[in-house]
Design a binder for this molecule. Structure first.
Ligand SMILES: [Ca+2]
Ligand SMILES: [Ca+2]
Ligand SMILES: [Ca+2]
Length: 307
């Protein structure tokens, strides 16, 4: 037998002993835990002594894994919190390259406790012939900010009044008061002939406008369909809450048809009645006035009034 072989045999024997010992300890450990009554007192004494380090080791392992699980759990809670925050309140972007997103966020984050300058309720809608388009979504379409399509095309975010149709809007959480110049704006969807530099050449569907502070007593704005003065429905709508940042309450920039309460001698109103003007310019084939929105320029909150 060579030295090398002897060493190998020795190693094999040691390994076998360790293996047997490991199996013995393992089986005794199981027996101790699962069925200690099967063992003699001597075996218990021997086993307890032999197993003590394993119990300590096992306890240490358990503590280690428990700690790891706690850490993983903590990380998971943190991740879930972060995900929750990102879902309920997206990070605001001020990037002008994506005005749609930032405007959407602006609308979404609007504080419900603050009054909007826009009309809040449709009190009455009576479409005329050719009208009614959009009536199923009337609140969504005519309450809130306008969504104009610019000078050269008709916006589709509208309800069609039809020929002779009438709609009454109410401001609930706010009221319109007479300040300097225009006090509110009515938005239709007129458009001009390209290139859009002549306000007299375009497609107009006109309406007359009446106002009231109580919903019962009305005063009509003087109007003339020949010149369109005093009519709603002839100035293109430029403000679009979904696509640009043009203020819908700025009569110089928003487009739409502005009205000044001073012209009818009222200090405050809460109701606007818009009536399609029949047969304007012989254009009986039109579907009448289309309403996009009504917005206060000079608007103030009504105490304790919510939408
Ligand atoms: Ca409002
Ligand atoms: Ca005014
Ligand atoms: Ca129209």
């Amino acid at each position: 037998m060579s030295v090398e072989t002897a060493a190998t045999d020795k190693d094999v024997r040691r390994t076998n002993r360790e293996t047997i010992s490991g199996q013995f300890l393992s089986s005794q450990n199981r027996g101790l835990v699962l069925n200690p009554k099967h063992k003699s007192d001597g075996e218990h004494a021997l086993n307890a002594k032999s197993i003590a380090p394993w119990i300590v080791f096992a306890a240490a392992l358990h503590a280690l894994f428990s700690t790891a699980e706690l850490v993983r759990g903590h990380d998971r809670v943190q991740l879930e919190d972060a995900a929750s925050r990102s879902t309920t309140r997206p990070i605001k972007s001020n990037c002008d390259e994506n005005p749609k997103q930032s405007t959407d966020e602006k609308v979404d984050e609007e504080d419900d406790d603050q009054p909007t300058p826009f009309a809040d309720r449709v009190v009455m809608f009576r479409p005329g012939p050719g009208g009614g388009k959009g009536k199923d979504d009337i609140d969504k379409l005519v309450l809130g900010p306008p969504q104009g399509a610019g000078k050269l095309q008709a916006g589709q975010h509208v309800v069609s009044l039809g020929r002779g149709g009438v709609i009454v809007l109410e401001f609930v959480d706010n009221e319109i008061f007479d300040g300097e110049g225009a006090d509110f704006i009515v938005f239709e969807n007129p458009f001009l002939r390209a290139p859009g530099d002549n306000p007299n050449e375009g497609f107009f569907e006109l309406a007359k406008v009446e106002v009231s502070s109580d919903g019962e007593n009305w005063i009509e704005f003087p109007y003339d369909t020949a010149t369109r003065k005093g009519c709603a429905g002839h100035r293109p709508v430029l403000a679009n809450a979904k696509e640009n940042k043009i203020s819908p309450t700025d009569p110089e920039k928003a487009g739409g048809d502005p009205f000044d309460l001073k012209d009818v001698g009222l200090k405050m109103i809460r109701f606007v009645r818009i009536s399609d003007v029949l047969g304007y310019g012989g254009a009986d084939d039109t579907s009448g006035f289309d309403l996009d929105a009504g917005a206060g320029v000079h608007s103030r909150a009504r105490a304790g009034k919510m939408r």
